[in-house]
Design a protein around this ligand. Structure first.
Ligand code: 5GP
Length: 192
């Protein structure tokens, strides 16, 4: 998606450890006009898929997911990072290793908010090694819900997870795919 690529090229910052910071428009300050364009683009790409729920993970996926949900006219459920006290029979759970924080947390979704009637679009800000996505897919499996596809704002293609999921037949629609980042020059190369 050209406007997102242009914005990343202009305002994204490359940090050590293969981290791309987009705090000025996505992850701290949020450009709502841009997010609305992204929501419309996912709606166009998933037209006819019968999506009736969007699933994301706290915290950084929530804003993007909410604005996309306004386009789809459906609710958003976000998986909560939980203290083990909250684990129990009323929730679906998965363990997720964080790429940015390097820790492992249990994420939970209340059973009342996902079930076999749900046709779900998973939305997240970044796809790196795919751990967050794997956790969300595990929760969908526990719920017996249908995964219609995955909408990612920025996929770091060089980390390979997106292509791994596509090879498994999962529809992953990333609005920008970064194939290389140069920390010295601060440049980003997009997949064409
Ligand atoms: P994964 O589970 O795919 O390895 O990582 C996905 C999660 O890590 C995303 O939800 C995102 O919050 C965070 N993340 C991964 N890579 C980056 C990055 O380069 N920049 C930022 N800002 N977040 C990232």
């Amino acid at each position: 998606m050209e406007i997102l690529e242009k914005r990343i090229a202009a305002d994204g910052e490359v940090y050590p450890g293969n981290i791309l910071k987009v705090n000025s428009f996505l992850n701290h300050q949020m450009d709502i006009g841009l997010l609305q364009e992204m929501g419309r683009e996912w709606k166009r790409r998933f037209e006819g898929a019968g999506i009736n729920k969007i699933l994301t993970i706290e915290a950084s996926g929530i804003g993007i997911a909410c604005i996309a949900a306004a386009e789809f006219g459906c609710p958003v459920v976000f998986a909560k990072k939980s203290k083990s006290l909250n684990l129990g029979k009323d929730v679906y759970t998965a363990r997720v290793e964080s790429f940015t924080h390097k820790n492992v947390s249990d994420v939970i979704v209340d059973r009342r908010f996902l079930g076999p009637d749900d046709r779900v679009l998973i939305i997240d800000d970044f796809l790196a090694n795919g751990k967050a996505l794997e956790g969300l897919m595990e929760i969908l499996q526990q719920a017996g819900a249908t995964l219609c596809g995955v909408g990612i704002a920025i996929e770091k293609g060089f980390q390979g997870a997106g292509d791994r999921f596509r090879a498994q037949g999962i529809r992953v629609e990333s609005l920008a795919i970064v194939d290389a980042m140069d920390g010295e020059r601060g440049t980003v190369t997009f997949r064409k």
